[in-house]
Write a protein that binds this ligand. Structure first.
Ligand code: NAP
Length: 269
């Protein structure tokens, strides 16, 4: 579509579809909601837990791009809230074509940063693994009852270093957590095909809250570990999520796509 002054340029590949993005009040989730809106999604659930202001900002920007946003809050560490949230999504949207499981606990900055290793791991397991699995099973069960022209899509967020491993507490927390959700997604893909496609996008170093406040050492390391010599931006991940979620990409399922600017094997710390 040709760009014109005052007219929003929209790629139409999500036109006529509805989507849900969990954890869309900031970071990768917000960028994903905006990318899907830019690509023509009709109605989109902006899920958040506590950051209402952030969720409202995402909703406002999605609206400016032509989508109709719906704000829904739920703590994905709580089974009752998860079940209510899944029901609310269907009540609001009627039909759901694309679901993005992005929400994840931030244990590096904010309220959980002061917890000890075991408490952080517990938070991550409760939300990023157990809650996300519980929610996903409810969602695919509802999606399986829908009659759609093209397969529905579910996307998960992994981590590029989860299988090879990274030294230290962060590697020992995020490694098993993101490996677990990746393994779950792969089994889900096997279970729900061909009606639903399931894929994982595994980001590298993406500059969200922690990346903006981290030490010189981690800043340099994040840049240098990528062949592109920079931090990833939330929008880099959002574009990959949009690719795996796009309704017409019907032959893309059971994939784990690393989006990290290419791992730099030449970098010597
Ligand atoms: N940034 C990276 O380098 C990187 C790398 C690999 C993977 N990831 C993964 O990518 C995803 C997004 O990360 P991000 O960096 O964009 O993080 P972020 O900006 O901290 O966003 C996290 C989102 O998850 C929501 N959330 C947190 N705890 C929740 C809970 N208990 N229940 C429901 N929602 C909850 C937050 O909601 P509220 O703020 O509204 O409470 C927020 O919307 C996460 O799964 C993360 O593990 C990130």
């Amino acid at each position: 579509m040709k760009r014109q002054r005052g007219v929003v340029e929209r790629n139409r590949e999500f036109c006529g579809t509805n989507a849900v993005v969990t954890g869309a009040s900031s970071g990768i989730g917000r960028a994903t909601a905006l990318e899907l809106s830019r690509r023509g999604v009709d109605r989109i659930v902006i899920h958040y837990r506590r950051n209402l202001e952030g969720a409202k900002q995402t909703a406002r920007e999605c609206g400016e791009l032509g989508a109709q946003p719906v704000l829904l809050a739920a703590d994905l560490g709580d089974f009752t809230a998860i079940e209510a949230f899944a029901n609310q999504c269907w009540n609001e949207l009627g039909v759901i074509h694309s679901w993005v499981n992005n929400a994840g606990v931030d244990v590096l900055t904010g309220e959980f940063a002061a917890l000890d290793f075991g408490e952080k791991l517990n938070q991550l397991l409760q939300v990023d693994v157990i809650g996300t699995i519980h929610l996903s099973r409810l969602v695919v069960s509802r999606m399986s009852e829908q009659t759609l022209e093209l397969p529905a899509s579910m996307a998960f967020i992994g981590w590029d270093q989860s299988s090879a491993g990274m030294e230290g507490d962060a590697g020992q927390m995020f490694g098993p957590v993101k490996a677990a959700i990746t393994a779950f997604a792969q089994s889900l893909a096997q279970t729900v095909a061909p009606k639903i496609r399931v894929n994982v996008v595994a980001p590298g170093w993406i500059q969200t809250s922690w990346g903006h406040t981290t030490s010189e050492y981690w800043d340099a390391r994040a840049r240098n570990e990528s062949l592109m010599n920079r931090w990833g931006a939330p929008a880099d991940i959002a574009r990959a999520i949009a690719f795996v979620s796009a309704p017409e990409n019907t032959f893309v399922t059971s994939q784990v796509i690393e989006v990290n600017g290419g791992w730099n094997r030449r970098y010597d710390r």
